[in-house]
Design a protein around this ligand. Structure first.
Ligand code: SF4
Length: 489
């Protein structure tokens, strides 16, 4: 697969990648099954919360407030984190984030070629900056320890879902990957067999590797604490067993107070995995002698986020708490899976986040990867209006196209400009309507317009087009009035 997320690399446009994905029946079966199970669990858990809508409002309000005063809360987090013994680093983009991580790992782990290892957990942000290839290029071996991320890494694959990165694989496929990469003679394909194999493999890494890299769900400004929620416990091992912990966080993950966690720890697990609460909620503040990592570094990543703060519609995208509910609800994602989006952020949130964070050519097709049915808005625990943002971004793509020479003379653009002119000039509109009613006759197939030639064929390929009536509404209204007048006399 050619999906790569970086500064210059790009992926195929969504329609091309989606078409290919839809030919993979196994992938579609896996995605349908997994998303249906998670959706069912989410519905149950949401239904038992009488104050769910108020919780959603509260989540939205906290995020909105935080983003308005983001500089204030980030500096507060930095102060409190460092007061507790942590060290905060600021990264403007992917290159800076990777350079900081590599420097830190080399400082603590040495620089002997091929000698340094790191264990990683819950860090989608590190996928955003393509940290694994950067570490490997610097001679550092990263091991993913979240089960799904480990499957993706071992399968030399890409994540396809923001909560369940290996959602596109079934357990038979996972068994094949484990046998090959763990060099096993045999392995059952029951969930317990796979979990046992993963446990043995990971335990050795947890006990041996001295540097951990994590993401975080929240960074609490008031206390300088960092929070990771997860279901497996691998995260907690990765956060507590190494000597050094490096945490990479997007700047939008900061929340003002410890109390705000109350809202998100209810919204996130119910929306993400249909659990009342995550089995493991880990919070840590700085370093503590003799307990856990003795060096703690936080890298705060911008990577395009501050640009989103300027525009209210775009800013809302940063409210996302990465629950994945919009993916599971989206009829487009459920048909194509996540790889078609060409980014680690897939589904409806990927369709608005990737075009705003990444200046890649394929991102221009993503705002169109939606039926605008609104299912994503309905389920979003922080009420991000994804459909409106998609329309806003489509407008941006159109305007950018119009600014190029080829875009300005494209038939679609010329057609739209003509339509805009006619809609604001009633007399010309009526004349055009009369002419079109006559001109369409050769294209009629029975009562409908048949397949149109050339570019216009896109309109008629999958739907029937009703013909323009020979009498306009205005003419009909006028003749009706005349008739009534006549009858009244
Ligand atoms: S946009 Fe909303 S539903 Fe989608 S992942 Fe983010 S928080 Fe969850």
């Amino acid at each position: 697969m050619s999906v790569r997320v970086g500064k210059t690399a790009t992926a195929p446009a969504f329609p091309v990648a989606a078409k290919k994905a839809m030919q993979d029946d196994q992938l579609r079966r896996n995605v349908h099954h997994a998303t249906s199970v998670i959706r069912g669990k989410r519905e149950l858990r949401v239904a038992e919360m009488p104050d769910w809508q108020r919780l959603r409002d509260a989540g939205h309000a906290i995020k909105d407030h935080t983003l308005l005063y983001l500089d204030h809360y980030l500096e507060m987090f930095e102060r409190n984190c460092e007061r507790a013994g942590g060290k905060v680093h600021w990264a403007r983009d992917a290159d800076e984030a990777n350079a900081i991580a590599i420097q830190l790992i080399q400082r603590y782990g040495g620089t002997e070629a091929g000698g340094i290892e790191a264990i990683k957990v819950k860090t989608m942000t590190s996928d955003e900056v393509q940290m694994n290839p950067a570490l490997e290029a610097a001679g550092i071996h990263p091991y993913e320890t979240d089960l799904a991320d480990m499957i993706v890494q071992m399968g030399e694959d890409q994540p396809s879902h923001i909560v369940v990165p290996a959602l596109h694989k079934n357990r038979h496929q996972i068994r094949e990957i484990f046998i090959k990469k763990m060099e096993l003679d045999s392995l059952g394909d029951q969930p317990a067999d796979l979990a046992d194999a993963a446990r043995v493999y990971l335990r050795e890494k947890f006990l041996r590797v001295k540097i951990g890299i994590s993401g975080a769900n929240y960074a609490i400004a008031e206390t300088g604490a960092v929070c990771v929620v997860e279901s497996e416990g691998n995260g907690r091992m990765c956060l507590t067993m190494p000597d050094v912990l490096i945490t990479l966080i997007g700047i939008e993950k900061v929340i003002p107070t410890f109390r705000d966690l109350d809202t998100f720890l209810q919204l996130l697990p119910r929306s993400a995995t249909g659990e009342r609460m995550n089995p493991y909620n880990s919070l840590w503040t700085g370093v503590h002698p003799g307990d856990g990592p003795q060096a703690f570094h936080v890298i705060l990543l911008d990577n395009g986020r501050t640009e989103l703060l300027e525009n209210e519609r775009e800013r809302e995208t940063l409210d996302c708490i990465r629950c994945g509910a919009c993916l599971n609800a989206c009829p487009v994602y459920r048909e194509t899976g996540g790889h078609a989006y060409g980014s680690i952020y897939s589904g409806p949130i990927g369709a608005i986040l990737s075009p705003q964070l990444q200046s890649m050519e394929h991102s221009r097709s993503l705002p169109y990867a939606s039926s605008l049915c609104g299912a994503c808005y309905e389920v979003c625990p922080v009420k991000i209006n994804i459909p409106e943002t998609l329309i806003h971004l489509r407008g941006r793509v159109v305007r950018e196209n119009q600014e190029t020479f080829l875009g300005s003379i494209a038939p679609e653009n010329l057609g739209m400009q003509l339509a805009a002119h006619l809609f604001t000039h009633p007399d010309e509109y009526e004349m055009a309507q009369s002419l079109a009613a006559i001109g369409q006759k050769p294209l009629m197939r029975g009562d409908l317009i048949g397949p149109l030639p050339g570019l216009l064929g896109g309109w008629t390929k999958f739907r029937d087009l009703a013909p323009i009536p020979s009498q306009s509404f205005r003419d009909w209204w006028k003749s009706r009035e005349k008739q009534q007048h006549k009858e009244a006399r």
